[in-house]
Design a protein around this ligand. Structure first.
Ligand SMILES: NC(=O)c1ccc[n+]([C@@H]2O[C@H](COP(=O)([O-])OP(=O)(O)OC[C@H]3O[C@@H](n4cnc5c(N)ncnc54)[C@H](OP(=O)(O)O)[C@@H]3O)[C@@H](O)[C@H]2O)c1
Length: 131
């Protein structure tokens, strides 16, 4: 491994291991163990990756819980039975106020499918009106 010496004197490996988007808690834990075993010594983590073990729940469960705690009714779709089970298993934990706020900062305020505020989109949706 080669290293870079940072301005504070810390020797940082030129290659680290990233865990962003490794949503499943168990997969994430095993991936980090495997990474250490094969020689990685720098593991990039962040609370905003939502895969830290604070609640012992998956990212999907944390996101659903965030909505439910804001009084939003949810209708998650999944064709996988394991995820269906996960998505309904969200009533035995509570997100702390500071985590609620952190997650809120990730909201871009925009739909990933279509923007109902957009005139063309509104017209297009109107074409599906049932007579
Ligand atoms: N009335 C309306 O205007 C309207 C508009 C949009 C949506 N909807 C309804 O809302 C439902 C949900 O739609 P949405 O767009 O909000 O989709 P969503 O439920 O947010 O996301 C569905 C996607 O997330 C995955 N997923 C589900 N549970 C997961 C988990 N625990 N971990 C990781 N990934 C997970 C699913 O993949 P897998 O299937 O592979 O698990 C699927 O690809 C729709 O099916 C529909 O019934 C209604």
């Amino acid at each position: 491994m080669e290293y870079k010496v940072l301005s504070n004197g810390i020797k940082m490996p030129m290659v680290g291991f990233g865990v962003f988007q490794v949503d499943d808690q168990k997969v994430c834990e095993q991936a980090v163990l495997d990474a250490i075993e094969v020689g990685y010594r720098s593991i990039d983590t962040a609370a905003t990756y939502l895969n830290e073990e604070a609640y012992g729940k998956s990212t999907g469960q944390v996101m659903l819980r965030w909505l439910i705690q804001r009084d939003v009714i949810v209708i998650p779709k999944s064709v996988k039975k394991e995820r269906m089970k996960q998505n309904i298993d969200v009533f035995d934990f509570e997100l702390a106020a500071e985590d609620m706020e952190k997650i809120a900062t990730m909201d871009t305020g925009k739909s990933t499918i279509h923007d109902p505020q957009d005139l063309e989109t509104a017209r297009w949706i109107g074409t599906f009106a049932v007579s």
